[in-house]
Write a protein that binds this ligand. Structure first.
Ligand code: NAP
Length: 299
């Protein structure tokens, strides 16, 4: 089966197109330029690649992109001074600090310093709490991206059995909350779950976010289920010496034979994350100016 592939790359391009249209309207009708600030501490090569991709896509949708590169040995005090300045700056609607940060900095304290209304990564305790209590906040980008893909595939998810493998604050917990909000019956599985294959087999919606390559095999998947593969594991490329290859948590070939829809790795969930960061920044800008929020781009 190939026509059951959920093309996250194309969907993310569509989301960015919708964001760009709304951003242009805000500029034209309200004189507002939406702005996203990204803080990068140190010179981690993978982080530099992510930040460059974020910058490029931010500019492409017509937003202002503010980059703050700080040395690896920056003190917490100096980092917080930058965050405070961005919190107070009305031209900045979203703030993101690229993780991981060097060991002497505490990620939780960094996130807590960002104004929750500008926390476009949705990682703060305030935004997690708003989501858990069913109130309006900013939702972590990767789970929001998965929700958008699922809504597009399934429409109404009410009453469906959803299984999320993984219970991280970054992904598993907010994903579970979002599916609950869609009226799914939600199971969050983790490393201590017994009979994981059996638990997965009951899922109409199966979301895997573990980081163990191809752990979920085709015979774990209920026929007709929708499978969202969040996991990313980089391995040496079997055919191209010196190159690497990405694998998801799901064994794609066997799972695609039974699933009604399945995201590939790469090209599934990954591209949705930056698209949702841009969507969250737009949402934050609309809220900051008391303007109507974009439809279809929020939880
Ligand atoms: P994490 O914090 O390491 O959490 C992994 C979760 O998997 C934990 O809850 C852990 O359970 C569970 N787990 C580990 N081994 C298991 C097993 N054998 N059976 C069942 N559950 C098991 O990771 P994360 O940040 O949530 O990320 C998960 C994966 O998604 C990673 O591969 C990451 O790279 C990827 N990811 C991708 C994107 C994207 O943009 N595409 C974004 C975020 C994350 P315990 O809690 O019991 O330890």
């Amino acid at each position: 089966m190939t026509d059951n592939k959920i093309d996250g790359k194309a969907f993310a391009a569509d989301v960015r197109g919708q964001v760009a249209e709304h951003v242009a309207r805000l500029k034209e009708e309200n004189g507002i330029t939406v702005g996203l600030a990204v803080i990068l501490v140190g010179e981690d090569p993978a982080s530099e690649v992510y930040v460059a991709a974020k910058h490029r896509q931010t500019v492409e949708v017509g937003m202002a992109s503010f980059e703050h590169k700080l040395p690896a040995d920056v003190s917490e005090e100096d980092l917080f001074a930058v965050i405070d300045q961005l919190n107070a700056d009305p031209t900045v609607h979203g703030i993101l600090c690229q993780f991981p940060v060097p060991d002497h900095l505490d990620e939780r304290r960094v996130v807590a310093r960002i104004d929750p209304n500008k926390d476009v990564d949705g990682l703060s305790v305030v935004n997690a709490g708003l989501l858990a209590s069913g109130e309006k906040g900013l939702v972590s980008c990767t789970p929001l991206g998965c929700l958008m893909l699922l809504r597009d595939q399934l429409g109404n998810m009410s009453g469906k059995n959803a299984v999320v493998i993984g219970r991280s604050n970054l992904f598993g917990k907010p994903m579970g909350q979002l599916l609950l909000k869609e009226n799914c019956t939600v199971t969050i599985a983790h490393s201590r779950t017994q009979d994981l294959a059996e638990v997965c087999k009951r899922a109409d919606i199966l979301v895997a976010a573990v980081g163990r390559a191809e752990m979920v095999q085709g015979d774990w998947v209920k026929p007709g289920a929708t499978v969202i593969d969040v996991g990313i594991t980089r391995i040496p490329h079997p055919d191209k010496p010196g190159k690497t290859k990405l694998l998801g948590d799901v064994h794609y070939e066997s799972a695609a034979k039974v699933a009604a829809g399945i995201t590939p790795v790469p090209g599934g969930v990954g591209p949705m994350t930056i698209a949702c960061l841009l969507a969250n920044t737009l949402t934050a800008a609309c809220r900051a100016h008391d303007l109507p929020e974009p439809t279809g781009l929020t939880a």
